[in-house]
Design a protein around this ligand. Structure first.
Ligand SMILES: NC(=O)c1ccc[n+]([C@@H]2O[C@H](COP(=O)([O-])OP(=O)(O)OC[C@H]3O[C@@H](n4cnc5c(N)ncnc54)[C@H](OP(=O)(O)O)[C@@H]3O)[C@@H](O)[C@H]2O)c1
Length: 261
C-alpha cells in the first residue's frame, strides 16, 4: 500500500532511540523528509542521515528552537510526532503517590506533557499552512491506573490535548491523533540495569524471571511485548492522507493490555 507520504516533511521528537527512532526509520522508508530531535544524537540516528537537533525539550524555549531549525532545513512541516516522554529518571517506582515530591511531578509533567505543548504551539502555524497532521505518543498509563501515577496523569493530559486540538484545528484541515503503546521492547525493557531492572528489583525477582512473567502479570493478550516498529507502523498510517477521516482518535498498540471497550 502506498501511504502517499513520499516527499512530505516530518518532525519527530525523541528520535535518538526506541519508539522515536523506529518512527523516524519508518517515515524515512516511506520517502519522507524527517527532522529528528533529542538530547543526544545516537549512532543509530546519525546512520539515518537525516538533519537533527540536540535539544532538551524540557526547557521552556525548546519548542520554538526546534521548529525554527526544522523549518529552516525542511521548508515546512506536514507531520509532527510528539514522541518524547518516559518516567522521571531516578523515580521510586514502588513508592506510590506519597513518594512523588513536587520536583518529580514537575519533571514528569514537563517531559510528558509540556514538551508536546511547546513543540505543537510552535509547529501548528506551519502544519495549518500544509493541512498536515499531528500524532502524539501517549501510554496505557493514560487510560488505566498504573504506577507511577505522575506519568499516567501527564499522559492522560496529552491524550486529552490531542482530542482538543483535533476539534479546534479540524476545520482548518489539520488532523490530530494519539497512539497509545503498551509495554514495548525498547531499551527501558531490554536493559537489566534500566526501568525493567528496577521493577524486577522492586518485585524481588531477577530480571529474566521478571521479564518472562510480564505477559501474564500485565495481561498482554498477544503473550509478548510490542516491537517499536509495530508502534511506528500505526504512526505512519495515521500520518498518511489515507487516514484522512481519522482524527481525534486514540489507537492502542498494547497487545490487548487494556481490557475495557
Ligand atoms: N517503551 C514502552 O514500553 C512505552 C510504553 C508506553 C508509552 N511509551 C511512550 O513512548 C515514547 C517513547 O518511549 P521509548 O520507550 O521509546 O523511550 P526511550 O527509549 O527512553 O526514548 C526516549 C526518547 O526521548 C528522548 N528524550 C528523553 N528526554 C528528552 C528531553 N528532555 N529532551 C529531548 N529528548 C528527550 C531520548 O533521547 P535522549 O536521551 O538522547 O534525549 C529518546 O530519543 C514515550 O513518550 C513513552 O512514554 C513507551
Amino acid at each position: 500500500m502506498d501511504l502517499q507520504l513520499s516527499g512530505k516533511k516530518a518532525v519527530v521528537t525523541g528520535a535518538s532511540k526506541g519508539i522515536g527512532l523506529a518512527i523516524s526509520e519508518c517515515l524515512v522508508a516511506e520517502g519522507m523528509h524527517v527532522y529528528g530531535a533529542s538530547r543526544t544524537v545516537t549512532p543509530e540516528l546519525a546512520a539515518l542521515g537525516i538533519p537533527t537537533l540536540a535539544v532538551d525539550l524540557s526547557h521552556a524555549d525548546s519548542g520554538e528552537r526546534l521548529v525554527d531549525h526544522a523549518v529552516e532545513q525542511l521548508g515546512g512541516i506536514d507531520v509532527l510526532v510528539n514522541n518524547v516522554g518516559g518516567g522521571a529518571e531516578g523515580a521510586d517506582l514502588a513508592g506510590g503517590f506519597l513518594s512523588l515530591d513536587e520536583e518529580t511531578w514537575q519533571r514528569s509533567l514537563n517531559l510528558n506533557l509540556l514538551s508536546a505543548v511547546r513543540v505543537t504551539r510552535a509547529a501548528l502555524p506551519y502544519i495549518v499552512e500544509r493541512r498536515g497532521s499531528i500524532v502524539n505518543i501517549s501510554s496505557i498509563g493514560a487510560r488505566a491506573s498504573y504506577q507511577p501515577v505522575d506519568y499516567g496523569v501527564a499522559k492522560a493530559g496529552l491524550t486529552n490535548m490531542s482530542k482538543a486540538l483535533a476539534e479546534e484545528f479540524g476545520p482548518l484541515g489539520v488532523r490530530v491523533n494519539t497512539v497509545t503503546p503498551g509495554p514495548t521492547l525498547t531499551q527501558n525493557w531490554r536493559d537489566p540495569e534500566g526501568y525493567a531492572g528496577d521493577l524486577a528489583k522492586a518485585a524481588g525477582l531477577d530480571y529474566d524471571e521478571f521479564m518472562a512473567r510480564i505477559p501474564a502479570t500485565m495481561g498482554i493478550t498477544t503473550g509478548r511485548l510490542a516491537e517499536p516498529s509495530e508502534v511506528a507502523a500505526v504512526v505512519a498510517f495515521l500520518a498518511s492522507p489515507l487516514a484522512g477521516s481519522v482524527t481525534g482518535a486514540d489507537y492502542r498498540v498494547d497487545g490487548g493490555v487494556l481490557k475495557a471497550v
